[in-house]
Design a protein. Structure first.
Length: 429
């Protein structure tokens, strides 16, 4: 029996669906595949599964002697004694739940923000958490990445319940009904291994950034006189027999240019010069600047240091290489009179705590011109200033390069996840 061209087309479509998994619907049936797959899995489709068929609800009470862990929005699960203010904390250790190693725990009120993690060991978690025990065909590491996807978080939010967004709760019963798209356990494991290796690279690069910053901080403590001292503990060889650093007021070394407030109608997303109204505007990237205005008086010049003098962030400084920057009243520009501009910038970095203390005495944190200009310190010759500035600036360059590499790795992971998981607009709930 011969098949018509229309029939042939249908048969061909069914064969393609069987191979790629695209276009088939229903619980447990192949539906979609991501754009990027490992070769050994390309003939297998992903399937839609209810979350309850992948994870059981573990409600075991805690045991004495187990460590307490909390979930975070970015770093998964973290041991209780290393938690900082950015983590969702456990206020009371009594009545905690037990999470077994490889369980996924999530804060029922914060899951939609990405507050979840895989338990690295048997541990205690807050009674406010839901503890998901993976079934045999669910790889927790894979689902931990899946749960961090923005589109998955939106899906979780849609199944949460509450009167307001701030009070949304995702209970297990609601979670269990959510359809999740997933591949075979073998492909889950391969994807998790791939993304975990990228996470390890990101963590290693983040440590490198912190090492550079720590090294620079320690070096600055040696290259500048400490509080109450008149000379640094470390000097470059060519200056060790030179004259001592001289006590001076900062007013003898710098000029101070005050910022000027601009009403909203005087700046826009395009213009002649950047307009910085506070420390949140500090950036070295032209494409990151959001406010622009016309040229005017009271502008920062290249090699000026901008300092925050009002409101939050008092004492924060930033070195400008732009041709000009218009400043709001919250900022001032510090301009070197005769020495090294870079040295002045590095010197001001060492005085951030001092500026914060001076500013905290006001109802609204703030520094006066006198607070800056009348500050007394010891200064070396212009040649030694330049030598110190060159050394510390080279470390700044290393920090910048390492940070850019870290950002590139994070972008790589984001792009990889977009390729390793099906596009959200294709997934049918």
């Amino acid at each position: 029996m011969r098949m018509s061209s229309k029939g042939k087309g249908k048969a061909k479509g069914k064969a393609a669906a069987k191979t790629t998994g695209i276009g088939m619907k229903g619980e447990g049936k192949a539906t979609l595949v991501p754009k990027l797959r490992f070769p050994q899995f390309r003939r297998e489709g992903w399937v839609k599964r209810k979350a309850g068929s992948l994870f059981a609800n573990r409600i075991t009470k805690g045991e004495q002697g187990l460590p307490i862990y909390s979930v975070t929005t970015h770093n998964g699960m973290v041991k209780r004694d290393s938690i900082d203010r950015n983590f969702y904390d456990i206020e009371d250790a009594s009545g905690n739940k037990k999470a077994c190693k490889n369980d996924i725990a999530y804060n029922m009120m914060r899951m939609w923000q990405g507050a979840s993690g895989v338990a690295p060991v048997d541990c205690l978690v807050s009674p406010a958490y839901i503890v998901l025990a993976p079934r045999k065909d669910a790889d927790p590491a894979f689902f931990q990445f899946l749960f961090k996807l923005p589109e998955t978080l939106l899906l979780l939010t849609s199944h949460s319940r509450g009167l307001t967004k701030d009070r949304l709760r995702l209970y297990y019963d609601n979670f269990a009904r959510i359809p999740l798209l997933c591949p075979t356990p073998a492909e889950q494991q391969r994807i998790a291994e791939c993304l975990s290796s990228v996470d390890e690279m990101i963590a290693a690069q983040a440590r490198k950034v912190e090492e550079f910053k720590t090294h620079k901080k320690g070096l600055m403590q040696e290259l500048f006189p400490r509080e109450g001292e008149t000379r640094p503990r470390l000097r470059f060889r060519e200056f060790r027999k030179k004259k001592e650093w001289e006590p001076k007021r900062l007013s003898s070394e710098i000029d101070l240019i005050s910022g000027m407030h601009l009403p909203p109608e005087q700046y826009s997303p395009a213009g002649d010069v950047p307009y910085f109204s506070g420390p949140s505007d500090y950036t070295d990237e032209i494409k990151s600047i959001t406010k622009w205005t016309k040229r005017s008086a009271n502008m920062a010049a290249p090699d000026d240091t901008l300092i925050t003098v009002k409101g939050s962030g008092v004492g924060e400084v930033w070195y400008s290489t732009f041709p000009a920057v218009a400043m709001g009243r919250q900022l001032m520009a510090i301009r070197s009179k005769q020495g090294s501009s870079r040295f002045i910038f590095q010197f001001l970095l060492t005085k951030k705590t001092r500026f914060e203390d001076l500013g905290s005495g006001n109802l609204i944190p703030g520094l006066s011109r006198a607070d800056i200009l009348e500050m007394e310190a010891h200064f070396p010759s212009p040649a030694e200033q330049q030598r110190i500035a060159d050394c510390l600036s080279s470390l700044d360059t290393l920090v910048t390069a390492a940070t850019q590499k870290l950002d590139a790795l994070k972008l790589h992971k984001k792009a990889l996840m977009q390729q390793l998981f099906p596009a959200p607009e294709e997934v049918e709930a």
